[in-house]
Design a protein around this ligand. Structure first.
Ligand code: ADP
Length: 359
């Protein structure tokens, strides 16, 4: 029973079965044909000749069948064994393990898929290691600040006045923001952010956000303009999450635009979707940085962004949210000092209504 479970013996048994069926068929057919066509006097000679031929043929085909099965078994089993060994090595943390690609089409597909899976696992592992490194690095800055203030206070170098306490509070807030952002990011990446998508007017939402942020804009001497059609522009998404994304984009525009700059929010309705473009006249983004903007902890100018309290994961969260709602965020910039445009795209609300009516 144990042998029968091995592929090797099953293939050999299949070959032997073919030989056996061939021999039996030949004997029966030869018997029937001989009884009808061969002269009864010659029958024993004929039978003797057929028997000898059969023995030789049976032995030869059994031998060739056995050889062919062993070759086939080796070709199938060797890559399978290698796959098993490599999977165990990957499971024990050797993510650089790869299998050699065999010649046959089917096994080549399996080996290539295995190698792709190994590559993906290696990337995930690399991202995990980078993430831990980044988190440690991000935590170190505010912690070092707090430690410095505490040491200063203990040594009597710093006075325990409201100014020092407020500076310490600033570091604690930075820590809290980072921890909140990280928690938010892990939920968004795990797809655990509940979305309540509905049809809403994007123009009204944009205007509400602008009214909310106006005091901050006045403080920074920035102008803000909304360019939108006179009618409602219907989007199908979660309005609270859309507001969160837009507050993040406008917040960035405020942070990276010097005084007297201007921020414009353009609401557009396209054939398939609706869009809000957040355009600023700020510091701009170099072309080589554009592909990395939405990666975790990426900052074009780390010292500048970190000083302003940015965690470098705002855009990562924003893009995840946009995609979860069936939309997208893209960034463009003509270059350093020439401003940037971040465009949020969402599904059209009226299409969605139409779809739901027809379904
Ligand atoms: P942060 O919290 O550092 O702002 P984000 O994920 O929101 O992190 O943004 C990532 C980086 O993208 C920023 O550090 C900044 O370098 C760049 N960036 C984002 N928005 C703008 C903008 N409007 N103008 C110029 N650079 C920007």
């Amino acid at each position: 029973m144990g042998l029968w479970r091995q592929l090797r013996w099953r293939i050999i048994a299949a070959q032997m079965l073919v030989v056996l069926v061939g021999v039996v068929t030949l004997i029966v057919t030869a018997d029937i044909v001989a009884a009808r066509t061969v002269d009864p006097a010659l029958l024993p000679v004929f039978e003797e000749a057929v028997l000898q031929a059969l023995i030789v043929a049976a032995l030869a085909s059994a031998l060739v069948g056995l050889g062919a099965s062993l070759l086939l078994v080796r070709e199938i089993l060797r890559p399978l064994r290698q796959l098993a060994v490599s999977s165990r090595r990957i499971a024990s943390g050797h993510y650089d393990e790869r299998v050699t690609v065999p010649l046959s089409d089917e096994l080549r597909d399996v080996a290539q898929s295995f190698n792709q899976m190994a590559e993906a696992l290696a990337q995930v592992e690399q991202q995990r290691v980078t993430l831990i490194g980044n988190v440690a690095h991000e935590l170190r800055t505010p912690l070092a600040g707090l430690e410095g203030y505490l040491e200063g206070l203990l040594d009597g170098v710093l006075p325990g006045d409201p100014e020092t306490i407020s500076a310490m509070q600033h570091e604690v807030r930075r820590l809290r923001r980072l921890v909140d952002d990280l928690q938010h990011l892990s939920r968004v990446e795990a797809g655990q952010m509940p979305l309540q998508s509905q049809v809403f007017d994007l123009v009204a939402l944009v205007q509400r956000i602008v009214a909310q942020l106006r005091p901050q804009l006045i403080e920074q001497c920035l102008e803000i303009a909304v360019e939108a059609p006179d009618r409602a522009v219907l989007a199908y998404a979660d309005p609270d999450r859309t507001a969160q994304v837009l507050v993040n984009l406008v917040g960035n525009a405020i942070r990276y635009t010097p005084e007297d700059g201007c921020i414009t929010l353009r609401v557009r309705s396209e054939v398939e979707h609706v869009q809000v473009a957040v355009e600023d006249t700020g510091i701009g983004i170099p072309a080589e940085a554009l592909p990395y903007l939405f990666e975790r902890f990426y900052r074009v100018d780390p010292s500048r962004s970190r000083a302003s309290g940015g965690s470098g994961i705002g855009l990562t969260i924003a893009r995840h949210l946009a995609r979860a709602m069936g939309g997208e965020i893209t960034a463009t910039s003509p270059g350093i000092g020439q401003g940037s445009v971040f465009t949020l795209t969402l599904p059209r609300g009226d299409n969605e209504r139409g779809k739901r009516h027809s379904s």
